[in-house]
Write a protein that binds this ligand. Structure first.
Ligand SMILES: C[S@@+](CC[C@H](N)C(=O)[O-])C[C@H]1O[C@@H](n2cnc3c(N)ncnc32)[C@H](O)[C@@H]1O
Length: 291
């Protein structure tokens, strides 16, 4: 069937095609699709099939597996990931950072500081989507560290989606995106308006952040140790065994005093014993059980 005919009749995903596609998505991203999610695949991939002139999902799968450059695989993963995010999402983690985790870290890093060496706080946003989480963390760090000039911070944002990492790194947001979660005072202080309705993160905040493409199911020990890891609203898409493995590898990537922050609807109880829950200001964070 040619491109015109494919456009006319939208391909439907058969149950066996769904199985193969879901297995392929799992292999390349760890994202687990429940059997009832065929509609999600059709909604998210429909346009791509149309654009590629694929008459069926089997043809699309064939093209995916033949794609030596991996550019189609990246587009497939980008389309299948849920990038929903916003600035200061859930607020609690950012209060924790401002009033508990950063002050404690500053005390720890400055009390044993060796003359001449400027201690650095390392923070990782492990599935940063379009970067709102990273810049929210960076704004809080910038404000808190103004009172601790001897300490610096580096924030790493990673995501499996190349498109998301590209957007995060550019630090540009629509008026709608900055209105979601950003109080106007913060927006005006840390963003510049560029063009008609785009806001760009300020250079002083951008300079604290780095971005990298990274699949959390692959090894990440090479990133080194972090004082704080945010792993929010991503492990929900993984199978229970992959979720457990991910959190346990994150325990290894945390400093012994480090803290893990997870999403508001996520939990570690019964998932792994490598973390112990701590509570501050009604918000929960996790420390390594051996700390
Ligand atoms: C819902 S967003 C969460 C963004 C942010 N952490 C928050 O809570 O607002 C989930 C992100 O996880 C990313 N993701 C999904 N599977 C991943 C994987 N295997 N490795 C790394 N990132 C992944 C997606 O691309 C998406 O940007």
């Amino acid at each position: 069937m040619g491109a015109e005919a494919a456009k006319a009749a939208k391909p439907r995903l058969t149950p066996s095609e769904f199985q193969v596609l879901a297995q392929y998505l799992y292999e390349v991203s760890g994202i687990h699709l429940d059997p009832g999610k065929a509609y999600l695949v059709e909604t998210r991939l429909g346009h791509m099939l149309e654009e590629l002139g694929c008459a069926s999902y089997s043809e699309f799968l064939y093209r995916l597996k033949q794609d030596r450059s991996k550019s189609l695989v990246h587009r497939f993963v980008d389309a299948m990931t849920t990038n929903e995010t916003l600035f200061f999402r859930d607020t609690g983690p950012f209060d924790l950072l401002r009033y508990k985790l950063l002050p404690d870290l500053i005390d720890r890093k400055t009390s044993g500081a060796v003359g001449g060496l400027r201690p650095t706080i390392r923070i990782w946003s492990a599935a940063c989507s379009f970067g709102q989480e990273v810049y929210s963390v960076a704004i809080v760090c910038h404000e808190v560290l103004q009172h601790a000039p001897g300490v610096s911070v580096k924030i790493l944002g990673t995501d499996i989606s190349s498109a998301a990492v590209g957007r995060a790194s550019a630090g540009k947001y629509s008026a709608f995106e900055v209105e979601r979660g950003l109080p106007p005072g913060i927006r005006d202080r840390y963003f510049q308006k560029v063009g008609h309705s785009t806001w760009k993160i300020s250079d002083e905040i951008r300079a604290l952040c780095q971005f990298k493409k990274l699949n959390l199911l692959e090894p990440f020990g090479f990133l080194g140790r972090f004082d704080i890891i945010l792993c929010r609203n991503v492990a929900i898409y993984f199978k229970p065994e992959d979720r457990k493995d991910l959190y346990e590898r994150m325990a290894d990537s945390l400093e012994p005093w480090g803290a893990l922050l997870i999403g508001a609807s996520e939990f570690l109880t019964g998932v792994t014993q490598r973390f112990t829950a701590r509570r501050h200001l009604r918000h929960v964070y996790y420390v390594r059980t051996d700390s």
